[in-house]
Design a protein around this ligand. Structure first.
Ligand code: PMP
Length: 304
């Protein structure tokens, strides 16, 4: 991805895409402590808009706080940087990647004294789990890898190093011919996908795991709000994998994955083995919201 035209915001300045480099001895590259966001901008009638910009930026700052990484910019500046990157690259719809990392002053576990850097890049990115996945649903496999334990990793942070676990799970699922992995927590309860939160629908009610071992997803929060506004009850609780097998519907949510139906888990068809009616309804309301077609949710959008 390094050989492209365009601009990347790095430490307060817009620089050429090809010049947005780091040194090989960058601390974060060696030990995995960096925090990041995944954000999307969508085309609306009023122009391109970033979806839930403030919430993503606040989560980035909270992630940094958890690791005692002092971001040398304020929240407003990092929000403006994201708007600027979309604008400068003339992107109509795109994915944004804000990243905070520890510099190359020295190596060793202690990062004390090393500089904290911030960058924001943006590029066009279509349906993460495929257009077909959005329409027909995907096939998922329960992972042999467990999701994070609360006293090993602090999952309120969206941290680069945590994604080793995600990559292992995703690699395994793909190698076995599935589209994505579902990870269980260390007690064996359903946690989340490698990069998505998970929901099930049973008898008209929606269930999703509590936040003990999964990321506090912003799409998750949006879907909970949308469902409750539609009068559908949403319950956060521990979920077992066989509850997913026996659910009427299931779906993943995430900035990249948006709202992706799950049609099969571990070779068991979920419901009718296709996108369910409630999932489709929620998907439609979500895609209307991100495209600025729902005045009720216009506060989720920041026009570029
Ligand atoms: N869980 C994990 C592990 C993720 O990487 C993501 C994507 N950021 C999510 C859940 C969904 O979070 P969000 O809706 O904020 O993108």
């Amino acid at each position: 991805m390094s050989d492209r035209d365009g601009k990347i915001w790095k430490d307060g300045q817009l620089i050429d895409w090809r010049d947005a480099n780091i040194h090989i001895l960058t601390h974060s590259l060696h030990y995995g402590m960096a925090v990041f966001e995944g954000v999307r901008a969508y085309k609306t009638d009023k122009g391109t808009a970033i979806f839930r910009l403030r919430e993503h930026t606040e989560r980035l700052f909270n992630s940094a706080k958890i690791f005692q990484m002092n971001i040398p910019f304020d929240l407003e500046t990092v929000m403006q940087a994201q708007l600027q990157v979309v604008r400068e690259n003339k992107l109509e719809t795109c994915y944004l990647r804000p990243l905070v990392w520890i510099g190359d002053e020295k190596l060793g576990i202690s990062a004390k004294g090393n500089k904290i850097h911030v960058a924001v890049a943006a590029w066009p990115w279509g349906a993460y789990l495929g257009e077909d996945g959005l329409n027909k649903g995907i096939r998922v496999k329960t992972s042999s890898f467990s999701r994070h334990h609360v006293n090993v990793s602090m999952v309120r942070a969206k941290a680069s190093g945590y994604y080793i676990n995600s990559i292992l799970a995703n690699q395994e699922a793909l190698a076995d011919g599935y589209d994505e992995a579902l990870l269980l927590d260390t007690d064996g309860y359903v946690s989340e996908g490698s990069g998505e939160n998970v929901f099930i629908v049973k008898k008209g009610k929606i269930y999703t795991p509590d936040l003990a071992s999964c990321l506090d997803g912003i799409t998750r929060d949006s879907l909970v709000t949308i469902a409750r506004d539609l009068g559908i009850e949403v319950i956060e609780k521990r979920i077992t994998r066989d509850e997913v097998y026996c659910a009427d519907e299931a779906f993943f949510t995430g900035t990249a994955a948006e709202v992706t139906p799950i049609r099969e888990l571990d070779n068991r068809a979920i419901g009718d083995g296709k996108r369910g009616a409630i999932t489709e309804k929620l998907q439609n309301v979500f895609f209307d919201a991100v495209a600025g077609r729902t005045p009720q949710y216009s506060h989720w959008l920041t026009i570029v």
